[in-house]
Ligand binder design. Structure first.
Ligand code: ATP
Length: 246
């Protein structure tokens, strides 16, 4: 479960995130959508502990991330929009490195790594250097590495960037299974079709504020429009569509 209480971030006078209050229940795939500059990445960076809020609190599974950052990191998997990979490592070495950061025990680690490589269809490339991977393979490895410690909450900024349709389908299925198993997935995305397809709940943010939230049906009612998420988004945000390649 994720909870924001009056979450605010001000950068030198720019209010990037403005008093967000939100509850994301356990087992939900939650979509955080909004136009460019709405405050999505800033919010995600605060959730990942990379940025400190100016005001307000974030609770993850009841833990205040400002007070118990280490405990929170153990239950969270973070997938940033511009991930860093050590390209001179092989896929398997990178997963071992990530497991080391979480101080995972050797016991059954090989099995866990083999399972992840298989799940993300990287087994045949396990011993190749990451620098030889395609963009989509790197993205799948990043997501696999964020799941190495079986996090109960996954925070992901633009999960589908660089994935071809097959890779995107695979990742969607994995997120769905993970959520069915009780994990919470919080994703920011520009891809409205993705949010409509996989997210049980959505918040639309604009200028740092939540302007609508709930299920697709709730959003339709709030916007007073029939149709898909794109029409709702355009109505609520005044016609600004973020676009998938921006
Ligand atoms: P996009 O969809 O373009 O990635 P976003 O919704 O992720 O946008 P943020 O990157 O969180 O939005 O930016 C929110 C606001 O904060 C914008 O006005 C942006 O210019 C501003 N901002 C972001 N980072 C900084 C920074 N380091 N210093 C000053 N202002 C910043």
């Amino acid at each position: 479960m994720i909870r924001f209480e009056n979450l605010t971030k001000i950068y030198r006078g720019t209010k990037a995130v403005d008093n967000l209050n939100l509850n994301v229940p356990r087992g939900t795939i939650f979509g955080f959508i909004g136009p460019n500059g709405a405050g999505k990445t800033t919010t995600i960076k605060m959730m990942a502990g990379v940025l400190k809020p100016t005001r307000g609190k974030i609770y993850i599974n009841g833990l205040d991330i400002a007070r118990e950052p280490s405990k929170v990191k153990r239950i969270v998997g973070f997938i940033p929009d511009r991930p860093f990979l050590y390209e001179k490592l092989s896929g398997i070495e990178f997963l071992r490195f990530k497991a080391g950061l979480y101080r995972m025990k050797e016991n059954r680690l090989d099995e866990r790594i083999a399972d992840l490589l298989s799940l993300f269809e990287l087994t045949d490339w396990a011993d190749e250097l990451i620098e030889s991977y395609s963009h989509g393979m790197k993205q799948r490895l990043i997501i696999a590495s964020a799941m190495i410690h079986k996090p109960r909450v996954i925070i992901v900024d633009e999960p589908m960037v660089g994935l071809d349709p097959k890779g995107a389908k695979l990742v969607k299925e994995i997120f769905k299974e993970w959520a069915n198993d009780g994990a919470t997935v919080f994703m920011s995305t520009h891809t409205l079709a993705l949010a409509q397809e996989v997210c049980q709940q959505i918040a639309i943010v604009d200028k740092g504020r939540i302007v609508a939230s709930g299920t697709s049906e709730d959003l339709k009612k709030q916007a007073g429009v029939e149709g898909n998420l794109e029409s709702i988004f355009l109505k609520i945000t005044g016609g600004q569509y973020p676009g998938e390649n921006v």
